[in-house]
Ligand binder design. Structure first.
Ligand SMILES: Nc1ncnc2c1ncn2[C@@H]1O[C@H](COP(=O)(O)OP(=O)(O)O)[C@@H](O)[C@H]1O
Ligand SMILES: [Mg+2]
Length: 555
């Protein structure tokens, strides 16, 4: 039945090799954009038709290829970026394998012009090579992608999905390379455009909309971490807005994504994700980029150092987060235009914020004069601040204050507890008893002390000083559940959040004037006070200018 072993004819071998590099139209866009960036282009235009199946045209104003070298560029393993084996130890360009052009040409019809020459290739065969237009840079047009590999064609997703993947590629490069001007048109319509003026905030505004641009916080760190992350009041329901890169190369890395999201713990609600573009600049000899056929993954020599640098930079930037400012609904057309096409994007504000004034000192100064006015509704405090009227969710605010206090106790190891006059028996699952035993010392630092009392029961002997004694049972059960669900450093934080939640005043409790004043004063000086530990907002500011506008006092 089987044929004897034989070496595959080149067109079959090439199509197999191409399949590794070129999976879908977005891969073509990615490889051609990488080549343009490697050629130091300042402008890159991408024109896509028929979701990339009909044609993909990429023009750049980079160094180009000398006319007589054009055929060579399309030969597999022909590259100008790597020469000797040792070069692979420290790759500084985006490309290095000399495979992309050959792979693309193997599965499509390609026309490429540069420096007065032009080459025309179909399914890997050179059809024509001769004079071409005298342009700066290089233009590649890829037509009928996968026409000769029907199996691949069958696996393409819907046009909308393929176009979205192409846009994601261009958006990632536009955010990571703000000095390059990107223009993507889809069937003649502008889809993504950046100015290329080097301003990353402007790049964010151009690709994600003005409202997003305003909400981004600049990050800088050592060793070199650059980029922007969204402040917590802007978030998304998916991770699609997160771009991570190493030396300007977008990568997909679950652990790095988790490291980023970890910085938002206690700032974003469950299921919400930040918008970000982070580029880790690292000595190329400390990172191996040659581990994935499409160069999507990398390996770090010192992974934990890289993660640490990223988290330090992001956490420092998040210190400048701002509370939510009330915005009355605006005429829908302008809002839709400003917010772009991202229906799943949540932007709680559309104001231009004085971001230069950010920073924690300005923030503390900004709220340091809260004047309590009273309690309204079931659990809101009203206060006057320098920016305007401040509404506070008393439970969320108190949770934040207590949570910070508990974390501080964990940090310093100095706990305070309140012994219970009558130890309280609490029924818990055996697995939770084990979780408690693993963290016994930390729990004691938080003020929670217990004795084991049979296989399914604990006797609580002390609770945090802030906790009303009657709440111990529910608090212990939830705290231990949080501990058993989470691994690593996050576990004690989750436990602290559960204790804070059960110790805080409730939404609906009546607070007297002194209690209100104390809570507002504590909130003023609390770090990360924009949200409660679960990521819900603690306050809303109705700015004076908003009132002025509403009451038409601006004339
Ligand atoms: N847009 C471009 N501008 C200038 N030179 C290019 C461009 N695209 C490709 N080249 C040249 O063609 C070579 C082969 O490209 P490619 O197949 O993508 O491999 P690689 O990028 O890995 O070197 C590159 O090394 C480069 O010299
Ligand atoms: Mg390349």
């Amino acid at each position: 039945m089987t044929t004897p072993i034989h070496v595959l004819p080149p067109e079959v071998a090439d199509a197999i090799a191409a399949g590794e590099v070129i999976e879908r139209p977005a891969s073509v866009v990615k490889e051609l954009v990488e080549n343009a960036i490697d050629a130091e282009a300042r402008r890159i235009s991408i024109d896509v038709r028929g979701a990339g199946r009909t044609s993909i045209r990429v023009s750049d104003d980079g160094e180009g290829i000398p006319g007589d070298e054009l055929p060579l560029a399309f030969v597999r393993h022909a590259t100008s970026k790597v020469t000797v084996l040792g070069d692979l130890d420290a790759i500084t360009s985006l490309g290095f394998r000399g495979e992309a052009l050959a792979s693309i040409a193997a599965v499509s019809e390609v026309e490429c012009s540069s420096a007065g020459a032009r080459i025309h290739i179909r399914a890997g065969e050179v059809i024509d090579h001769g004079a071409g237009p005298l342009l700066t840079g290089l233009t590649v047009e890829v037509r009928d992608l996968f026409a000769n590999v029907p199996a691949r064609l069958k696996f393409l997703k819907s046009d909308a999905t393929e176009v979205a993947a192409i846009k994601d590629v261009v958006i990632a490069f536009a955010l990571l390379h703000p000095h390059v001007r990107f223009q993507l048109t889809i069937d003649g319509r502008a889809a993504v455009g950046s100015t290329g003026d080097g301003d990353r905030r402007r790049a964010f505004a151009s690709v994600h909309g003005a409202a997003v641009g305003e909400e981004m916080l600049e990050i800088v760190g050592m060793p070199l971490v650059t980029g922007m992350v969204s402040q917590p009041r802007l978030s998304r329901g998916s991770r699609d807005g997160m771009v991570l890169a190493v030396n300007g190369r977008p990568i997909s890395s679950r652990p790095l994504a988790y490291a980023l999201e970890d910085c938002y713990q206690g700032r974003l609600e469950r299921g919400r994700h930040p918008v970000a573009a982070i580029d880790i600049g690292i000595d190329p000899s400390l990172v191996d980029v040659n581990v994935h056929p499409a160069k999507r993954e990398v390996r770090f020599r010192e992974e934990s150092a890289v993660f640490g640098a990223l988290q330090r930079a992001v956490r420092a930037a998040l210190g400048a987060s701002e509370p939510i400012h009330y915005r009355p609904p605006q005429p829908s057309t302008t809002v839709a235009a400003a917010r772009g096409h991202e229906s799943q994007l949540v932007v709680h504000t559309a104001t231009a914020l004085p971001l230069e004034e950010g920073g924690s000192s300005a923030r503390v100064a900004g709220v340091a004069m809260l004047r309590p006015i009273g309690q309204v509704g079931p659990g809101y405090l009203v206060a006057e601040g320098p920016q305007g009227l401040v509404l506070v969710d008393q439970h969320a605010a108190h949770e934040r204050v207590l949570y910070n206090r508990l974390l501080e106790r964990l940090r310093t190891g100095l706990g305070v507890s309140q012994p219970l006059l009558i130890p309280q028996a609490v029924d818990v699952e055996p697995s939770l008893i084990a979780a408690a035993a693993d963290h016994r010392a930390d729990l004691a630092t938080l003020g929670l002390e217990y004795e084991e009392f049979g296989p399914r029961s604990l006797r609580i002997t002390a609770v945090p000083v802030e906790m009303p004694a009657g709440r111990a049972t529910a608090a212990v059960q939830e705290t231990l559940a949080a501990l058993s669900e989470t691994r690593g450093d996050g576990a004690m934080h989750k436990a602290a959040a559960a204790l804070a939640c059960h110790s805080a005043v409730r939404f609906g409790d009546v607070l007297d004037a002194a209690e209100q004043r104390k809570l507002l004063a504590d909130l003023e000086v609390a770090e990360e006070s924009v949200t409660c530990p679960h990521g819900r907002p603690t306050r809303l500011i109705v700015e004076w200018q908003e009132l002025t506008r509403h009451f038409r006092r601006n004339y």
